[in-house]
Design a protein around this ligand. Sequence first.
Ligand code: FAD
Length: 506
Amino acid sequence: MRENEFDVIIVGSGAGGLSAGVRIQSKNPSLKTLMIEKNNYPGGFIGGFFQKGFYFDAAAEAILSMEKGSADSPLTEFDFNHPFTRMDVIETYYDKDRVFHLYSDERKLIEEIKKHFPDQAENAQDFIAACINLRDELIKGKFMSGKLTLKKILKMILKYPNLRTYGRQNFKQFLDSFFTNEQLKNYFMIYPIWLGLTFDELKAPAGAYLLAYSITNGLFYPKGGMEALAKKLAELFVARGGTLKFKTEVEKILIEDKKAVGVKLKDGTIYRAKYIISNADLKRTVLNYVGKEHFNKKYIHLIENLKQSMTGLILFLGVENMDLSQYPAHFHIGVNPNIVEEARRGQFELKEGLAVRIAGNKDPENRVENKDSLHALIIAPNDWNNYWQAGKNKNRQDEKYKKLKENLEEKMIKMIEQIIPEISKHITYQSLATPLTFERYNYVTNGSWYGPRYDQNLPPLATPIENLFLAGSNIAGSGVSNSLQSGIQTANHIVELINKEITRED
Ligand SMILES: Cc1cc2nc3c(=O)[nH]c(=O)nc-3n(C[C@H](O)[C@H](O)[C@H](O)COP(=O)(O)OP(=O)(O)OC[C@H]3O[C@@H](n4cnc5c(N)ncnc54)[C@H](O)[C@@H]3O)c2cc1C
C-alpha cells in the first residue's frame, strides 16, 4: 500500500470518530486507518482546553452510564480502563427560595421530593419504578435500536405492560401521570434538554430510559476531565496502529464511479482509501464535502429537511484565590421550562435557566493551586439579534459583536454572583462562546450542540454512496454514549465488509 493509501479514512475525531477508529484497529491491527481532525486536539465536543493555567471542558460535561462493566457502556467494548468519578447529584436547582438536589440515588431522590414537595411524595416511588421498568422493557425487547416497525409495536403492546401504558405518551404527559406540581416537574426538564427537545417532543419511554440510568447507574466524569478521555482514546487508536493527523481539514470526499474513494484536504493533498467514515457534520458531509449531485433526490430531501438541535452560550471563567468547593459541581440558577421553545422562536433573554459547572468539584485535579474554573451555559437561538450583532457574514471581529459579548458576560457574571457572592472580584480569565464559536470550532450547522434533532428519522450508518459511512451524533442522536456507540456500530459494519472481501479473495 502506498504512503497516501489507507484501508479506512475517518473524517473527524469526535467521540464517534474516535470509537470507530479504536474499534477498527482493535478488531484488526493490520488495517491502516487514517483519522483526520481539523483542530489541534482530539474529541470535538468531548475535547478540553487550558487557558492561562485554567482547565475547561469544551462542551460535554458528564457521561451517562459510563461505569465499566455496566450493560450499555460502550467503553467496555475496548480494553479501556480510564477511571471515572460517579456524580452523586445530577443537578442542583437554586430556584426562588429552594435548593433542590436531583440525586442520582433512588432513596435520596425520594427523600428530597418528600422534603420539598410533601404532597407529591406519595407517587415519587411509583414514578421512579415506572422509569426503571420502562428502561428494562426497552432493553429486553431490543426497542432502542432500529426502526419502530408494526411488529415491534405489537410486541410492545402484548408483552410489556409499562410500554403498553406509557409508550404513546410524551415525557410531559408521563410526568403529569405522577405529579401535579409544575415546579417539581420542571426539575426533570434536563432530560429533554440533553436531547435538545422540549418536554412534549421527548417520548415518555426515552425520557424514562435516561432518568432510570441516571438514577440507578449515575452520571460519570472522566478523571482528568473530558479531554483526558478524548486523549486516551486517541492514544489507544494510535497504539493499535492507526494514524491521526491534527490541524488537517477535509475539503472534499472524493467519489469515482459512484463510490467513495478518498478525501481531498484544504491544502490539496489527496488520501485514498477503500472505506470512508464521516464523523463530521451531516449536512456539510452530504451537501459540501460530497456534493448534492452524487446523491438521489430522496436522500437529499431527508438531509436538507433535518432540523438541527439547539445551541447556546457558554461563559468560561477562570477564578483565583476563591474556594468554590462548597458549591455543587452542577447547578442551575432558576428554571425556564420554555427555554428550548423560546430559542426555536428566536427569542432570548438572560433570566432563569443558567447552568453552572465547576470543574474542580467534579475532579479536584482540575483545580491547580489557587486556580479553579467554571463554565456557565444557557440555551439560545442560533440567530439572535442579527447573528449576535456579527451580521449575516458572521464577522466575529465586528465591534458590535464584541460589545454584545462583553455585555452578556457582565450579565451572566451578575447572575452567578447571586449564588457565588463576590466571584467577579476573583475572575482572572473570561471568555464567551456564542453559537458562532461552536460553528467555527466544530463545523456544526447552526452551531448546534447535539447534531440533528433526536425526534426525527435520522439516516442509517450506510449512505447511498458505496463505501461512505457515517458515525456520531449525526446518526445516533445526542450524547457522548450514543456517539461512542454509533462509532462502534459503523466500525463493526466495515470490519465485517473487509472480512467478507478477504474470505472471497481466499
Ligand atoms: C455545550 C454542550 C454540552 C454537552 N453536554 C453533554 C453532556 O454533558 N453529556 C453528553 O453525553 N453529551 C453532551 N453533549 C453532546 C455530546 O458532546 C455530543 O453529542 C458528542 O460529543 C458528539 O460527538 P460526535 O462524534 O458526533 O461529533 P463532534 O464532537 O462534533 O466531532 C466531530 C469532529 O469532526 C471534526 N471535523 C468536522 N469537520 C471536519 C473537517 N472538514 N475536516 C476535519 N475534521 C473535521 C470536528 O473538529 C470535530 O472534532 C454536549 C454538547 C455540547 C455542545
